[in-house]
Design a binder for this molecule. Structure first.
Ligand code: AMP
Length: 225
């Protein structure tokens, strides 16, 4: 059983890295942001509550986040483990998590802020099927059109300059400090997020003591987030 948390500033590619890891090691990828986006898209009660926070790039209040994480982990649909992406993001969420769950490692992807901003500004999402693109690393075959379903590609609603600034500020001020707490518990595995996705993935696997080499990696999935 492998239970990992993946952390990193927005644009560091944590979603892409989590998907690559999950696919090859039969782990369930749990993205808290994706769960919230599903609720917003499907206009659920929770979706209505979290929409404003997300659009402005602010953190959703802890009670709602913990509720969603608890609900998701109680489904217990993994055989080999999970990669939790986007949680915890502050001290209260970290305490809640450490009190209630065991994990094997926290993967921290590091990326300078300027690079994170550039990646977020080039990110596109299919308005129809939700597939991620990146105009630098993972371009669609036809500009602005989804390769998968022909849907229109649009920027993420929370990738406006104001929301990007707000999210990076939150990461710097609220998420970064919890890395120190996790480091004390010797759970942190640091990885440089600057190189191409397969290189980042190879470094991550090596540090986690996992056996699959870079040349055995399948094509990259998804865009950096
Ligand atoms: P992400 O896809 O991880 O960038 O998350 C998108 C948005 O969902 C964030 O900007 C927050 O508004 C919200 N969100 C996701 N995870 C959390 C969390 N752990 N705590 C608070 N808000 C979150």
């Amino acid at each position: 059983m492998r239970k990992y948390i993946i952390m990193g500033p927005q644009g560091s590619g944590k979603g892409t890295q989590a998907k690559m890891l999950a696919r090859d090691f039969d782990l369930v990828h749990i993205s808290v942001g994706d769960i919230f986006r599903w609720h917003v898209q499907n206009r659920t009660k929770l979706g209505t509550k979290v929409q404003r926070y997300m659009k402005e790039g602010r953190l959703v209040p802890d009670e709602m986040v913990s509720e969603v994480v608890k609900w998701r982990l109680e489904i217990h649909d993994w055989r080999c483990g999970f990669v939790l992406d986007g949680f915890p993001r502050n001290a209260a969420q970290t305490e809640f998590f450490l009190e209630n769950y065991d994990i094997d490692a926290v993967i921290a992807i590091e990326l300078p802020e300027e690079a994170a901003i550039m990646r977020m500004q080039s990110r596109r999402l299919c308005s129809s099927c939700g597939l991620d693109y990146n105009l630098i690393q993972l371009r669609p075959k036809v500009p602005d059109v989804c390769d998968n379903c022909g849907g229109r590609l649009v920027p993420r609603p929370d990738d406006t300059p104001e929301a990007i600034r707000a999210r990076l500020k939150d990461y710097r001020e609220k998420t970064q400090p919890i890395l120190d707490l996790l480091r004390e518990k010797e759970l942190i595995v640091r990885v440089d997020g600057t190189p191409p996705p397969d290189v980042v993935q190879a470094e991550m696997r090596q540090r986690l003591g996992l056996q699959v080499g870079v040349d055995e990696l399948p094509e990259t999935v998804g865009a950096p987030d």
